[in-house]
Design a protein around this ligand. Sequence first.
Ligand code: ADP
Ligand code: MG
Length: 491
Amino acid sequence: MKLDVNALRYLTKDDFRVLTAVEMGMRNHEIVPAELVDRIAGLKHGGTYKVLRNLLKNKLVHHDATKYDGYRLTYLGYDFLAIKTLVNRGVFASVGRQIGVGKESDIFEVATEDGTVLAMKLHRLGRTSFRAVKSKRDYLRHRRSFNWLYLSRLAALKEFAFMKALGDHGFPVPTAVDCNRHCVIMSLVQGYPLVQVKELQNPDDVFDTILGLIVRLAEHGLIHCDFNEFNIMIDDNEKITVIDFPQMVSVSHRNAQMFFDRDIECIYKFFNKRFNLTSEKEEEQDGSESDVEGNSRPSFLSVKKAAGSLDKELAASGFTRKEQVEMDKYIDEDAEGHDSGSDDDDEEEEVGDAVPIDSLKIDQDHSDEPDCNLASRDSGVPGTFSEEHGTSCCGENRLESSPSGRNGDAKEPLDSEGKMLSQEDEDNDDSSSDDDDDEEDAELTKKLNKQRKKAIAAAHGRRRPVSSRNAYKDKGKGTMNSKIQRQACKW
Ligand code: ADP
Ligand code: MG
């Protein structure tokens, strides 16, 4: 998906107000009635409708008149909300070129005010298999207002939580900087995906390091589940960095052994094919590795899973088991069946490009607190997260709060009935959920609060990595900074 951030320049305060109103409405409606958007946005003189037409023209919202006149966010609209929040928070100031495209994500360079280049990953679950996502509605039916943005936000949330925890435990992963909605900001890895590397000076060492990582991860209670040459970055000094965590599972997962073996197998296969290494290693290793215990290959059963329990730590603090289960279901179903011939009309607009809009003014909102991450889940879209509103720390779910919160002259956000929203109202927003959910939600909220505090502390400490990313070499293509300067859109 092409992300034309120039369009952001031209979005007005009212554009964002209405876009945010649609997002808020999506907490309770898959398709938000235009009238409700208008009530939430509170623009004078029918302004909302005019703005909606503009947003629609620019593919930031999707119009649906099947049952009633309504709107929902597109990925592009969601991108803009996340980017705006992060820019206002000072996390970065410009967006550069796209540096990666995954099956269900887009990765861009972003630069901070001081020129530090970071990576921004926008999750796009369902992009390639929208029908598969639709089928998720089945298992998520107890949730209200499920839509694809929910899974993307879940993926981002999980990725951020795992990246942070892994980094804290000394694993070579990008530094988790911040997260909002479906967007994760992390340090830019100074290297290339292993798949692009044709030659290594020390293939044995790299091979051992990578296998060692899989084992160490398992010792900490986790399996990457997509540990392959696409998700391992390597730099000129052959130092590796692991990326891409949304699919990670605990060693207590019912298929843990299979996932572990598959990760190992991927590495063996790749090194065998690319560096002709495996057969030698198979003979050589002969139990000398601590994790091997007599087998040439690291075996799941022999891994001592006592060294740590990151899986539990994560389940207890950030990304809950419940959410893990939902992600697992998504991953499982996604693997099962893609219907590539989908002609679903949703698909097209979800990947739609932006085109320039009129004028941008990014207002300062009060999101100086790096809500990120875990707390940001209440910022938005899918009703699924509305139960966590108690954990909000920056009120992104409030309408461009800035005007309202600060100047006092703008309207407060309204709830779906058109009442003014108080925090309490927001907390109770999902009161119609079944009891089970309520209980779990209370627990979830508690856990989230805890994790949020941790995440905020961490984000404060790590917001601007001081190590210069400027030194990054882009193999003959100039430095990242020059790229950024050429392509960035300065706000
Ligand atoms: P997906 O989940 O869609 O596979 P990944 O996280 O694996 O997404 O990222 C896709 C590609 O983007 C990677 O192969 C890599 O080239 C690039 N990429 C991702 N994260 C970073 C990063 N932090 N620094 C540099 N490049 C990155
Ligand atoms: Mg990947």
